[in-house]
Design a protein around this ligand. Structure first.
Ligand SMILES: *Cc1c(COP(=O)(O)O)cnc(C)c1O
Length: 478
């Protein structure tokens, strides 16, 4: 015990540690506070471990490398505090617009505009002609009206906010008529009935799950009706004996009764996706043409831009929405606005949009190209993982994701990886394998399907980096 006490009393002081080369340099990088606090934490841990007779800490104290180890562990702990927990990953899940992985990657033009908006003051809400207060929506109005044919626009934080704001503005304490077939839930927290409640609207559901007719809307209309709503059933499809009422019929009915007709498109594409061999999705333009008074859609689903909620349509309604105090709470920030503007400018040249917008480039990537990529990396993967896992190329289907066109899958190619040793059962081995890919410095995210770990190559762009990461894989004890 004596000797331990002696050792404890000979622990370096906080001041002494701060003066070491390594830690004083670290202070220069991250400041005095963090390093000092970490030193205190470490020293007090050592003291309390010793008083609790923690064998391993006690033996470390006697080690000749103790002081060096202590300093490096303090440095590592401090640097860890400064590393972001949000890091880039490689999305090989086969779901292109992956909400949990941050949806669309942005084009270079948008990234440059974000950096510019972040670095400097700008005329976000400032009219340079008059020197007076301006309107942040004005920056997007021209291009969005041109692209969609709408009279006016306003933009908020995301599409959930857009729907909330529209309902709260036009139908607070009023009934909103909607078909039972369209009471959708979009990923966890966004459910149409709940959003209605939060907006203060009264849900008036009509028809049945599979069939809703125009007469259902007609007979539900009354003096308490605030608006007619149609929600694009983004993430599921009702098939078989079905009927729903089209946009133009609903628009006519709403017009006759002098109430607004709102269509929540969810994904809301601005171009006809069929021209790129992708499945058909109603465009914002078509929906407005068929008579919708307002259309809401996301900035970061099929549009391929930053997270945003876009509301386009009749000017008088948009003015009301902009005057709602909630608009202020839900408004878009300047950095997102700068990015969105550049993405919309790319749509002014629709013929090249699928080359210039990363999302559309991934969605329209020819299967031949994906196949060639798979053949290029297969032998390298096989040799990296030799003896540990069997690697082959298989056909697979990618999906758009985020609820867009859920049943339409795109032909693709994947690396199929099966661990050779199946310690504790194949399932466990596969889950372990997936976890090892996820724990790389740049995590590679795949999916497990049919007893294989699949890496869908549709969204793989940086092959060199991918292979470098694979070299770092630790597959021991799988
Ligand atoms: C995705 C979606 C939303 C929510 O949009 P976010 O941009 O995720 O907030 C709302 N309505 C529909 C129909 C959707 O598909």
């Amino acid at each position: 015990m004596e000797s331990i006490n002696t050792k404890l009393s000979s622990l370096p002081s906080v001041e002494k540690l701060l003066k070491t080369d390594v830690l004083s340099q670290l202070v220069g990088e991250v400041g005095h506070e963090s390093v000092k606090n970490e030193i205190r934490r470490k020293l007090s841990y050592i003291r309390s471990s010793v008083s609790e007779n923690n064998e391993s800490v006690i033996s470390q104290l006697s080690s000749p490398s103790f002081s060096g180890d202590l300093i490096s562990s303090i440095k590592a702990a401090v640097l860890e505090q400064f590393s972001s927990s949000m890091i880039s990953v490689v999305n090989l899940t086969g779901t292109v617009v992956h909400t949990n992985l941050g949806r669309a990657s942005l084009p270079v033009e948008a990234i440059a505009a974000m950096a510019e908006a972040a670095a400097h003051p700008c005329n976000l809400e400032y009219n340079l002609e008059t020197g007076k207060r301006g309107d942040r929506d004005s920056h997007l109005e021209k291009v969005l009206c041109e692209l969609t044919g709408a009279e006016a626009v306003t933009v908020v934080n995301n599409n959930a906010a857009a729907v909330l704001l529209v309902l709260n503005t036009l139908a607070q304490n009023k009934e909103v008529i909607i078909s039972r077939g369209e009471l959708v839930e979009i990923g966890g927290a966004f459910r149409i009935p709940d959003v209605m409640k939060s907006a203060g609207s009264i849900l008036r559901e009509i028809g049945t799950t599979n069939r809703t007719h125009l007469r259902d809307y007609e007979s539900a209309l009354n003096e308490k009706t605030g608006l007619l709503m149609k929600v694009h059933t983004s993430n599921y499809e009702i098939r078989g004996f079905t009927n729903s009422v089209g946009e133009s019929d609903l628009a006519q009915l709403a017009k006759k009764k002098e109430i607004p007709f709102v269509s929540d498109l969810g994904s809301g594409s601005l171009v006809d996706l069929a021209q790129y061999g992708l499945p058909d999705e109603p465009t914002v333009q078509e929906t407005l043409l068929s008579g919708a008074d307002l259309v809401t859609f996301s900035g970061d689903k099929l549009l391929g831009g930053p997270q945003a909620g876009i509301i386009v349509g009749r000017r008088d309604l948009i003015e009301k929405i902009k005057a709602n105090p909630l608009k202020r709470a839900l408004r878009i920030d300047k950095i997102t606005l700068a990015a969105l503007l550049q993405v919309l400018y790319l749509y002014k040249d629709p013929h090249r949009i699928n080359e210039r917008l990363p999302l559309l480039a991934d969605l329209t990537r020819p299967v031949k190209e994906i196949e060639a990529l798979s053949k290029e990396i297969l032998p390298l993967m096989q040799s990296h993982l030799a003896g540990l896992a069997e690697v082959s190329v298989c056909n697979c289907k990618s999906q758009i994701g985020s609820g867009a066109l859920p049943l339409d899958l795109m032909e693709s190619r994947a690396l199929s990886i099966i661990p050779v040793s199946s310690n504790g059962g194949t399932d466990k081995a596969l889950r372990n394998l997936a976890a090892r890919f996820r724990s790389l410095p740049r995590p590679i995210i795949g999916r497990i399907s049919d007893g294989k770990f699949l890496l869908d190559l549709r969204c793989l762009r940086d092959t060199k980096e991918f292979l470098e990461q694979v070299k770092l894989l630790d597959l021991k004890g799988l």
